[in-house]
Ligand binder design. Structure first.
Ligand code: TXA
Ligand code: MG
Length: 321
């Protein structure tokens, strides 16, 4: 985390006159702006400004070897930076704008600073479904680099209030677009020749991608070499986390799912989409009960449940500090 809180952070409603203009002006001036996306809020910088990119790493306390996602307005903009094959374009047509990120070879004439991709030779690109943020990118005329807008390793933010809790004072502005619809981060795939590899599960599932591509999707999301930022401990609340809990122990707050009732629930009806939407907000709420441990009921390991279990496993992983 940066050591000084130098700003009086403004939360500006995205619908307000001049909100998008103010966001763009801040980005042009090299400041960071938290922006809404359909997945989680992003901590945005002008992707062409190396000093602003540096600031992302400093403000988040993010390891320098963890590359950033470039958010583009459309496929056209993506093509200025990465190689888009026929297969890739087919998947972009199917899933963009939306919560699917592509890790692709950097185009020969790309002008993106190598810091965005931590010198990997590949670049992650995503076109967010949120109109407000796509308008910010269009008006800027180039991509924004944006990781989730939380201190590194902590819970991802799904509202402007969540962003303020983690980064208030460290950035000039949060563009408030309401609560994020999807609630967990985008699915990430790598495409090399015709081989599609899942690097991070999300609400666009491997089955969805495979069906649209007519190709198999290889699951490598636990491989730390292909996804350097996928450190084991991540999304950590203050309390410890116990998974697959069938009953509540002393000093625990229990998060239920479906018929397994708790103090809180991810979805009373056992709906995985609703559970993804509620996941980070519910972990935050449980953390505020000052329990020693947050216990979470079993979540089925199918479809979107795979992404939810991935985030929960990381929230429960041993922490280095
Ligand atoms: O939904 C999302 O993707 C959100 C919103 C803000 O768009 N963003 C997000 O960013 O989750 P972040 O930085 O928290 O996660 C990006 C992940 C990291 O695990 C990083 O290692 C991986 O993407 N990544 C980025 N570029 C990569 C690359 N070139 N190769 C492999 N992994 C990459
Ligand atoms: Mg993150």
């Amino acid at each position: 985390m940066a050591t000084h809180q130098t700003y009086k952070t403004k939360v500006i409603c995205a619908q307000e006159d001049g909100a998008i203009k103010a966001a763009v002006e801040n980005l042009i001036a090299g400041h960071l702006v938290a922006v809404p996306t359909e997945t989680v809020y992003g901590l945005a910088a002008d992707a062409h400004n190396p000093e602003a990119l540096q600031l992302i790493y400093k403000v988040k306390g993010r390891p320098a070897n963890n590359p950033l996602i470039c958010h583009v307005a459309d496929t056209q903009m993506a093509k200025r930076y990465v190689e888009v094959s026929g297969l890739t374009e087919k998947l972009m047509r199917e899933f963009w704008p939306g919560p699917l990120t592509f890790v692709l070879p950097i185009a020969g004439d790309s002008e993106i600073p190598s810091m965005v991709s931590a010198n990997l030779g590949s670049l992650a690109v995503r076109c967010p479904a949120n109109d407000v943020t796509r308008n910010v990118i269009k008006n800027l005329g180039r991509p924004i680099a944006a990781p989730s807008a939380n201190p590194s390793g902590k819970l991802s933010p799904t509202s402007a209030g969540d962003v303020l809790e983690g980064l208030g004072g460290y950035i000039p502005m949060v563009l408030d677009g309401g609560t994020a619809d999807v609630g967990i981060e985008s699915t990430i795939i790598g495409i090399n020749q015709h081989k599609i590899t899942l690097l991070r599960p999300g609400t666009v599932t491997a089955e969805d991608i495979s069906a649209a591509a007519g190709e198999p999707v290889f699951d490598r999301h636990n491989d730390e070499i292909t996804a350097p930022g996928q450190l084991a401990s991540h999304y950590a609340p203050n309390a410890a986390v116990r998974l697959n809990a069938t009953q509540k122990h002393d000093n625990e707050t229990l998060i239920g799912f479906g018929a397994a009732l708790g103090d809180l629930t991810l979805s009373k009806t056992g709906d995985l989409q609703e559970a993804a939407h509620a996941l980070f907000a519910t972990l935050r709420a449980a953390d505020k009960t000052d329990c020693a441990t947050i216990a979470v009921a079993p979540i089925p390991h199918t479809g979107i449940g795979i992404a939810i279990n991935d985030r929960l496993k990381r929230a429960a992983a041993p922490r280095s500090s």
